[in-house]
Design a binder for this molecule. Structure first.
Ligand SMILES: [Zn+2]
Length: 303
């Protein structure tokens, strides 16, 4: 039985899974390393987790190995150019080093792209070949799946949708721009807005959500504002791509009922195509498993 191995380098830990051709997860392992322990420890852990899966299910049936990593990736050389969460992995030939240790080739992909591929394979996008996904977390991850494959662009940096400008002179962003959507519609943005409105310092997005559903007007305003920001971006994307499906993912979609009405209203106001067609804007379905499935799907998606 053919299977592949996916590895997801997540926000706090890494996971690897063996998945069969139908999307059934056969087994899963978690890494032991803290990212603060540095590059060698992380790479050792990645190789180890993949080896455990490969030893368990055998080399002869292995279709390939896919790895999802956070940050900007240069696909030609398999290097992570910019990774805020794990800076020790920046500018190091991680793909080739892991391939060397495993004595095989591995496919490297941006984690947001991997997650969208997972949704396309067995999640909310399984009935379409073209979709865009926005993942709301500490930032806003973006991915474009076109014709069933990740749309990568010439350097593999396509789909960085979180850095689309929605406020010309808005909040400064780590990318050098101001007013990026991730500064106005991420979990981090919710927390920053709560602070600005005097709701409290260091709140979690969930705490702001709880205030909002209990009727706090400032907290509700935050979700409305976030919805409007997302609507602006969705309208642009719908006008640009005319795809059938746009997915919103990430833990923040727990607050869907609070931000979706403003989001869809804004999308409708700004996109002729949205108003005239059956374009769907929906929640992703696989949660934090999406990246793991998508990484595993990488060897098959490129055939
Ligand atoms: Zn930015």
């Amino acid at each position: 039985m053919e299977y592949s191995i996916g590895l997801d380098l997540g926000g706090t830990n890494l996971r690897a899974a063996a998945v069969d051709r139908n999307g059934k997860m056969l087994d899963k392992v978690q890494g032991r390393t803290q990212y603060s322990e540095g590059r060698e420890a992380i790479i050792h852990d990645m190789v180890d987790a993949i080896r455990v899966m490969r030893d368990r299910f055998g080399k002869e049936n292995l279709a390939g190995i896919g790895i999802g990593v956070p940050g900007f990736i240069s696909l030609q050389d398999g290097v992570i150019k910019n990774c805020n969460n794990i800076s020790s992995l920046e500018n190091f030939p991680i793909r080739d080093e892991i391939g060397r240790r495993l004595e095989t080739t591995v496919i490297l992909e941006n984690d947001a792209n991997a997650a969208a591929l997972g949704e396309k394979w067995i999640g909310a996008g399984r009935d379409v070949n073209d979709l865009v996904m926005l993942t709301l977390g500490t930032g806003v991850g973006g991915a474009i799946i076109s014709g069933g494959k990740v749309l990568r662009g010439v350097n593999g940096m396509a789909g960085e949708l979180g850095h689309i400008t929605i406020v010309p002179n808005g909040n400064p962003c780590g990318c050098g721009n101001r007013g990026c959507v991730e500064k106005h519609a991420s979990a981090t943005a919710i927390i920053a807005m709560a602070k600005l409105l005097g709701l409290g310092d260091n709140m979690t997005a969930k705490a702001v959500y709880d205030l909002a559903i209990n009727g706090n007007p400032k907290a509700q305003m935050i979700f409305t504002s976030m919805g409007e920001s997302l609507g602006i971006v969705l309208a642009m994307l719908i006008n640009a791509f005319n795809f059938p499906l746009y997915l919103v993912a990430g833990g923040v979609i727990g607050g869907w009922d609070l931000f979706a009405p403003a989001m869809l209203e804004e999308t409708s106001r700004r996109s002729f195509t949205y108003r005239l067609t059956q374009t769907r804007v929906e929640r992703a379905q696989l949660g934090n498993e999406a990246g793991l499935y998508g990484a595993a799907y990488l060897p098959w998606s490129e055939i």
